[in-house]
Design a protein around this ligand. Sequence first.
Ligand code: FE
Length: 314
Amino acid sequence: MLNVYSARHYDSDKEMYKEFEAETGIHVRFRESGAPELLETMKAEGEASPADVVISSDAGTLYRFEAAGLLQPFESETLKAAIPEHFRQEDGYWYGFARRARVIAYDPQRVSPQDVSEYADLADPRFKGEVCMRSSTNIYNLSLMGELIGRLGHDAAQAWASGVVANFARPPQGGDTTQIEAIAAGECSVALTNHYYYVRMANGSPSEQAAAAKVALSFPEQESWGTHVNVTGAGIAAHAPNRSNAEKFLEWLATPLGQSWLTKETREYPIIAGAELPEGLEALPDFRQSDFPLDDLGTYQSEAQEIYDRAGWN
Ligand code: FE
């Protein structure tokens, strides 16, 4: 028996659990909900929680589970060997199993690629009235800000946020897909999105494909530290009743089969070297990715929100 608490919602995950069950004979039960709901559920369940494994996107969210005492460390030589150091928590509270790049989406009719080659470009006055963004409370934006604080320092990060806000075409709204659609509709010409939302549109319904065809992606910071990359990760629940099965599952997620099921529908990048790419990613360029330690993002979270709040980025 293995109980998985997952903040993901994909049909392919159900297939993934079946594959794991077929290979190991370990029966998987899962509970899917939003990360905040799962976190509150686990807090309420306390030591009686049936959760063995927690899966969620974004290191910033995994940090929240860790900080709430809901995870326990797992020292795995297998996972340490398979997963680069900056994509896992240093004491083994969580490991990254799939990668996602936070990229700049732009209108290639109105913007040239060299004008969106850095995150700093989003704050350039040339884009006044041209920037669409989702809310700053979103963990993807908080984690990007965490890296900017870590790399540039507080003051430069604040100046960036204020510069981006000064360029807003409209108040923050919607999710990443909303920003891509807004560019396609001509409401703005630049925005931030995780790469997979674009890939899903480009491989989606005819209307989604038509929208994606009007939008291009830039992987920023190729001449500097590399594009901000975050993870979908997992850790072992603090009171896991089936700890050894949880260990087996986490190590299985880093096998080629586990990797392909985990990324198949989400269109994330696998984390282990040599794993098969999900369909649609072959169309994206090879890119330099940041090696910023994702474990550090959590510690910048409240500062990141303060910076956004001060900038007026709702
Ligand atoms: Fe997402």
